[in-house]
Design a protein around this ligand. Structure first.
Ligand SMILES: [Zn+2]
Length: 670
């Protein structure tokens, strides 16, 4: 609901004209050519030299202030604005700051500044701004301004013609505005429970942004209500929007930087960070997993060649209550930029990106929703309870994990950047691990997904884990009683966030030839033994992964060079990850091959089955191949989801491609 149309206020107009005479039209950001004004509340306040003048009116009564400033410029005798077009206010800057969660009734109808992430975005539409209503009996026309923040049309109650007074009208649209609706959300860094709200963009701000973008908004907080309800809900009318390119922004003082550098020179930064990260999780089982989380947090943007992924993905799979979720929770407190999802309530679009009709925007149209992987771009994506995520949502993770993008090619065609370092946590299929079975059989999702992860940690519930649970309970109790961490740690969460930000933005280490040789030697040994034992050849991804991990260890030490110690650490943690996988089952068939070659013997067999079935259907008379038909044809041997996941992988590897709705096998697979 809008307040009444703004009224002319001669006092305000005179005052604004006086300000123009004294400070020039620059004070209101006047652009004579475009006939636009760009108001900066801070600038007006400085000129006035007081807090309760026109600057306050722009913030607290923006409709009145904006209308009368427009009048002042239009009516100023020296400015010579004599046509009907007048001037437009295109921006208001430096309004009081709020978060979505902070917006209260006292903010209704005021101008406010918010920094938010766009999580959903509708397509562009034309919003009715002005319409005539023609009486169906006497043809009398009534012109009415429409509220662009509601979807209902504002009609006259009765024909204003005294002799008529009836209430049936024909509607004649006079003016529309380009418009776009969005759901915006508080930054995950600002709140563990980010709030959402609808916002509407108009005019120049339409089609300027993507779902997943971070934007600074100046808005007027409008309200919406159902006709008969006494409740009103805030909705944001965007006056001005600017994209924030740097999502992770942390303020660093010079002396803080000096102290980090000094600490890194004198002590083992990794050990200090390990002692500071989730200190309540104790025990050897969780220690390596914690180190993996630090690698994920410090990875990315290493300045390596194009096409090489330089983020470190870690997977934490384990028995319930072993602290996996806590490891992810802790990352939410220290990551300079992150996005979080839980498999319990995330959809496919919620974790990657996609079009959704069942949108919060209640529109019939599709809206583009940016999920965790897109919103975490250039930061860290955290997905808890991966095992609870649906199949299509899990499949939608393949692309961003391996290729750093999400493609949408249904209705609209779009490619969104999705390049976060990713950490997932999940439980085994039957809640508890069985050491006698291969790990691949104990997952709720295709094991091939794990081949996208650089480091995989399995955490078993043992006596040690019981102690750990007790520690976690103590920590929760102490957090209440000591109003803080309860643990003495070398770094606070805030310091950790600063160190991660500083290291990621200032260190792109190179590797010494000695360290590179060491890793190459380890990788060659691995490759040879794999070929001898399992008959599979491992791809170079594993080597790239070792290099990335070594470079990240160097970055953690605030070092320009990855040296032999970093290479050794990289090899040790990778070996730990291998042994975490290999402790299951008879360990020389499925698990090892899955990790090193990206697939196991049984997967290789399935892939061959799928490929030959596609070929058979494609080449047969009166038959053709698509996902459903191939799954049907192989239904006696495989689950439909397995077949479809396999087809996705084959498409990704370029071995199968879609053409006019049919699947074809490419030449290289013949
Ligand atoms: Zn009438």
């Amino acid at each position: 609901m809008r307040t009444q149309r703004p009224q002319r206020d001669p006092r305000t107009i005179h005052y604004a004209i006086d300000l123009i005479n004294e400070y020039g039209t620059d004070l209101f950001g006047f652009d004579a050519e475009q006939r636009t004004l760009s108001l900066d509340i801070e600038k007006i306040r400085e000129a006035e030299g007081k807090d309760d003048g026109l600057s306050k009116m722009v913030a607290e009564e923006p409709d009145k202030a904006m209308y009368n400033i427009q009048c002042a410029v239009e009516e100023h005798p020296d400015l010579d604005i004599d046509d009907e077009r007048g001037v437009d206010i295109v921006a208001v800057k430096n309004a009081p700051k709020r978060t979505v969660g902070d917006v209260k009734a006292e903010d209704f109808q005021t101008a406010r500044n918010l920094t938010v992430d766009i999580t959903e975005l509708s397509s562009q539409y034309a919003q009715l701004m002005l319409a005539d209503f023609q009486c169906l009996y006497c043809n009398h026309k009534t012109r009415m301004v429409q509220d662009p923040m509601t979807d209902e049309i504002d009609e006259p109650h009765h024909c204003p013609n005294d002799d008529c007074g009836r209430s049936n009208f024909g509607q004649i649209p006079i003016q529309h505005a380009d418009s776009q609706s969005a759901i915006v959300q508080d930054l995950p860094e600002a709140s563990l429970n980010p709030q959402e709200m609808e916002a509407r963009f108009f005019g120049e701000d339409v089609n300027q942004f993507d779902a997943g973008d971070r934007v600074h908004l100046t808005v007027i907080v409008r309200t919406q209500s159902d006709d008969k309800s006494s409740r009103e809900y805030p909705i944001l009318e965007v006056l001005h929007a600017e994209k924030e390119e740097e999502k992770a922004s942390v303020e660093l003082e010079e002396d803080e930087i000096e102290s980090f550098e000094e600490t890194a020179d004198e002590e083992d930064m990794l050990e200090l960070l390990l002692e500071s990260y989730a200190p309540h999780l104790e025990g050897e089982e969780i220690k390596a997993a914690r180190e993996g989380m630090l690698l994920t947090l410090f990875s990315g943007d290493l300045g390596v060649s194009d096409g090489v992924r330089d983020t470190i993905h870690t997977a934490h799979i384990g028995d319930p209550s072993t602290g996996k979720s806590d490891l992810l929770e802790e990352a939410r407190k220290v990551a300079p930029h992150h996005a979080f999802a839980s498999g319990l309530n995330a959809s496919k679009a919620g974790v990657s990106a996609g079009l959704e009709r069942q949108s919060k925007l209640e529109s019939e149209d599709w809206t583009l929703k940016a999920g965790t992987m897109v919103r975490a771009n250039d930061g860290v994506a955290l997905i808890d309870e991966l095992d609870k995520l649906g199949d299509s949502a899990v499949r939608s993770l393949y692309d961003p994990l391996a290729r750093q993008t999400v493609k949408i090619d249904k209705i609209i065609s779009k490619e969104l950047k999705a390049n976060p370092a990713t950490a997932i946590a999940s439980n085994p299929k039957n809640e508890r691990f069985n050491l006698d079975n291969p790990i691949g059989e104990q997952l709720n999702y295709p094991p091939a997904l794990l081949s996208r992860f650089d480091l995989i940690f399995t955490v078993l519930d043992s006596n040690e884990a019981d102690e750990l649970k007790a520690d976690a309970m103590t920590q929760k109790f102490m957090a209440v009683s000591t109003d803080g961490s309860g643990f003495e740690t070398p770094f606070t969460n805030e310091e950790m966030r600063k160190i991660i930000y500083y290291a990621r933005n200032n260190y792109q280490p190179t590797i010494t030839s000695e360290a590179a040789e060491y890793l190459k030697g380890k990788w060659t040994e691995l490759r040879d033994s794999m070929e001898a034992q399992a008959g599979v050849s491992i791809d170079t991804r594993q080597y790239e992964s070792l290099l990335t991990i070594a470079l990240t260890y160097a970055r953690i030490r605030l070092s320009e060079e990855a040296e032999i110690q970093d290479a050794e650490r990289a090899w040790n943690i990778t070996r730990k990850s291998f042994s975490d996988i290999n402790r299951f089952g008879d360990n020389d068939t499925f698990d090892v091959t899955m990790l090193y070659a990206g697939e196991s013997t049984s997967q290789a067999e399935r892939r061959e089955d799928v490929l030959s079935k596609i070929r058979e259907l494609d080449e047969g008379e009166n038959t053709y191949a698509n996902e459903e038909l191939v799954a049907d044809a192989l239904s006696e041997k495989y689950e439909a989801d397995e077949v479809k996941a396999e087809i996705e992988l084959l498409k990704e590897k370029g071995k199968v491609f879609p053409m006019s709705g049919e699947l074809k096998v490419s030449d290289q697979s013949q």
